[in-house]
Design a protein around this ligand. Structure first.
Ligand code: NAD
Ligand code: DAU
Length: 355
C-alpha cells in the first residue's frame, strides 16, 4: 500500500513513522509535511534512508499542491496528523489554525475524493479529546459526548472532524476518526507542558504553572497512541469514531512534581530544590478544567490496550530528553525563544502564587 502520512515530521507523526516504517517494508510511506517550527527532519534520521520512506515538503493549505501530490502518488491510505497543535498559540494567533486545520483538512478530503477508483481506500483523521470541551469533577468523554470546543485550536479540530464525517455521509468516503487525550514522549516540542517543565527543571529555570495547577489532563505515552491508530486503521469500522486514552488522569501540579522528582534523581539534587522553582502564573483564557477518556469502544472492538503506565512513560521521557541535548538545543531556535518570551514574560502572577 502507498500511505500518505501528513505531519509526519512533528511529534506524534514522527513517532508513528519511526515505529511503522521499519516494521512494514511492504508499505510505502510518504511523509507530507510543511516543516513548520514544530517539525524536525532529524526526528526521522533512523528511517530517512529506508527504501519505503520519503518526505515531500507540501503545505496542506495549498490546494493545488495537495491535488498535484495526490494525482502523482495516488495513495491507498491517508493518515492525517498535520495540524497547528498548540492551544496557547491558537489564542495569540488563530489564523494558521483555521488555514491548516480546517482548510488543510478540506483540501485533503477533496484530493482524496478525486482519486481514481481503487485508490483512496482509507482516510484516517487524527484528532483530539479537546473537541468535547471540559468535564467537571466526574464523568468521561465517550464517542457520544457533544462537541463543545473552548479554544481556537479545539474549534478548528472540531470543524475538521465534522468535515471528515460529512464527507463519509455525503460522498461515502471511507473515513475513520480517532480522538486522543494528551500525549507525551520523545520528540515533543518543548512548548508543551511536560517537555517545557522537564527542560526548565533541568536548567534551574522557573516552572510556570497556569492558574492553581488543578486542571486535569489524561496522559498517554505517544507509542501507545500510535499503536492505537494503526489498530483502528486495520480493525476499526469505516465511518466510525474511536476515543483513545489510557485512564491516566493527573492534576497539572502533580505532573510537575513528578517531573521534579525524576529530574532531581537524575541530577542528584533534592527534589524540593526543583519544586521551589514552581511559579503560579496567569491562567489560560477558556482553560478546560478536566479531560478524561472512555476508550472502551476501542478496547472492546479492536483489542487495543496501552502498554505504558504514566510512571514508566514519564521515566522513559525524562531519560530521552537527558540523552538528547543536541536535539533540544536545535529545536530551541530563535523562533522558540521568541515564543517563550511572548507567552510567559507577559503573564502576571496567578492565583496559585498568592496562597
Ligand atoms: P506537532 O505540532 O508536533 O506537529 C504537527 C506537524 O504538522 C508538524 O510536523 C508540522 O510541520 C506539520 N504541519 C503543520 N501545518 C502544516 C501544513 N499546513 N501542511 C503540512 N504540514 C503541516 O503536533 P502533534 O502533537 O504531533 O499532533 C499531531 C496531530 O495529533 C494533530 O492533528 C493534533 O491535533 C493531534 N493530537 C495531538 C495530541 C497531543 O497531545 N499532542 C493529542 C491528540 C491529538
Ligand atoms: O488533549 C489533547 C491535546 O493535548 C492536544 O489536542 C493538543 O494538541 C496538545 O497540545 C494538548 O493540549 P493541552 O492544552 O492540554 O496541552 P499543554 O501541554 O499545552 O498543556 C497541558 C496542561 O498544562 C494544560 O492544562 C495547561 C497547563 N500548562 C501548560 C503550559 C504550556 C501550564 O500549566 N503551564 C504551561 O507552561
Amino acid at each position: 500500500m502507498d500511505i500518505v502520512v501528513t505531519g509526519g515530521a512533528g511529534f506524534i507523526g514522527s513517532n508513528f513513522l519511526n515505529l511503522l516504517v521499519p516494521r512494514h517494508p511492504e508499505h510505502r510511506f510518504i511523509n507530507v509535511d510543511k516543516l513548520t517550527y514544530a517539525a524536525n527532519v532529524r526526528n526521522l534520521s533512523a528511517i530517512e534512508n529506508r527504501p519505503n520512506y520519503r518526505l515531500e515538503r507540501v503545505d496542506i493549505a495549498d490546494r493545488d499542491a495537495v491535488r498535484a501530490l495526490f494525482e502523482r502518488e495516488k495513495p491507498q491510505i491517508v493518515v492525517h496528523f498535520a495540524a497547528e497543535s498548540h492551544v496557547d498559540r491558537s489564542i495569540v494567533a488563530p489564523d494558521a489554525f483555521i488555514e491548516t486545520n480546517i482548510a488543510g483538512t478540506f483540501n485533503l478530503l477533496e484530493a482524496f475524493r478525486a482519486l481514481p477508483k481503487g485508490y483512496g481506500q482509507l482516510f484516517h483523521h487524527v484528532s483530539t479529546d479537546e473537541v468535547y470541551g471540559s468535564l467537571g469533577a466526574t464523568g468521561l468523554f465517550t464517542e457520544q459526548t457533544a462537541y463543545d470546543p473552548s479554544s481556537p485550536y479545539s474549534a478548528s479540530k472540531a470543524a475538521s472532524d465534522h468535515l471528515v464525517r460529512a464527507y463519509h455521509r455525503t460522498y461515502g468516503l471511507p473515513t475513520k476518526l480517532t480522538n486522543c487525550s494528551n500525549n507525551y514522549g520523545p520528540y515533543q516540542f518543548p512548548e508543551k507542558l511536560i517537555p517545557l517543565m522537564l527542560l526548565n527543571a533541568l536548567e534551574g529555570k522557573p516552572l510556570p504553572v497556569y492558574g492553581q495547577g488543578t486542571n486535569v489532563r489524561d496522559w498517554l505515552y505517544v507509542d501507545d497512541h500510535c499503536e492505537a491508530i494503526w489498530t483502528v486503521m486495520h480493525k476499526g469500522r469505516v465511518g466510525e469514531t474511536y476515543n483513545i486514552g489510557g485512564r491516566s488522569e493527573q492534576k497539572n501540579l502533580d505532573v510537575v512534581h513528578a517531573i521534579c522528582d525524576l529530574v532531581a534523581e537524575a541530577k542528584g539534587v533534592p527534589s524540593g530544590e526543583l519544586r521551589a522553582l514552581i511559579r503560579y502564573v496567569q491562567d489560560r483564557p477558556g482553560h478546560d478544567l478536566r479531560y478524561a477518556i472512555d476508550a472502551s469502544k476501542l478496547m472492546n472492538e479492536c483489542g487495543w490496550a496501552p502498554r505504558e503506565s504514566f510512571e514508566s512513560g514519564l521515566r522513559k521521557t525524562v531519560r530521552w530528553y537527558l540523552d538528547n541535548p543536541g536535539w533540544v538545543a536545535e529545536v530551541r531556535s530563535g523562533e522558540y525563544r521568541e515564543w517563550i518570551e511572548r507567552n510567559y514574560a507577559t503573564r502576571g502572577e496567578g492565583p496559585g502564587g498568592k496562597r
